[in-house]
Design a binder for this molecule. Structure first.
Ligand code: HEC
Length: 119
């Protein structure tokens, strides 16, 4: 109940600031997102998804534009570095032992909603 109210208030605040950003995905929506590339999708399903599609994990939710905007500003190389080295509660390597730096780049682009290399 309180949570719903907070979400509504947050929505109103966001709506007041210019063009409406995409709303955060619901947990049900987040559970359905997966990378278009089949191999990345397989890696995502067995690693990143365990946290980045579960709000209680504290991880920025997959395709949550507002949660990712300030992180994306750091630049992709920093995000790749934080993923490989770990970052606070984010475990080093994101629980993907077989991911290459290129895989991490693709997975980060996916979770952050920047799959298009032009963005
Ligand atoms: C065990 C849970 C868990 C898993 C698995 C996980 N993450 Fe995270 N991730 C987190 C949490 C929690 C944060 C937020 C850390 C913070 O900002 O304090 C985070 C943050 C991030 C960030 C933002 C770092 C920054 O500098 O702001 C990136 C990028 C990221 N994760 C990518 C990934 C990728 C890619 C995978 C899969 C290969 C993955 N994560 C798997 C929990 C996880």
């Amino acid at each position: 109940m309180i949570r719903t109210a907070l979400v509504l208030v947050a929505g109103l605040i966001l709506a007041a600031c210019g063009p409406a950003p995409m709303p955060a995905p619901t947990p049900e929506q987040a559970a359905l997102f997966k990378p278009a590339d089949a191999r990345l999708a397989g890696l995502y399903e067995t690693s990143c998804k365990a946290c980045h599609a579960i709000p209680e994990s504290g991880a920025p939710m997959v395709h949550d534009a507002a949660a990712w905007a300030p992180r994306w500003k750091q630049g992709l190389p920093v995000l790749v570095d934080h993923t490989i080295q770990g970052f606070n509660a984010m475990p080093a390597g994101g629980q993907c032992a077989t991911c290459t730096p290129g895989d991490f780049e693709g997975l980060i682009r996916f979770v952050a909603g920047h799959e298009d290399p032009a963005t």
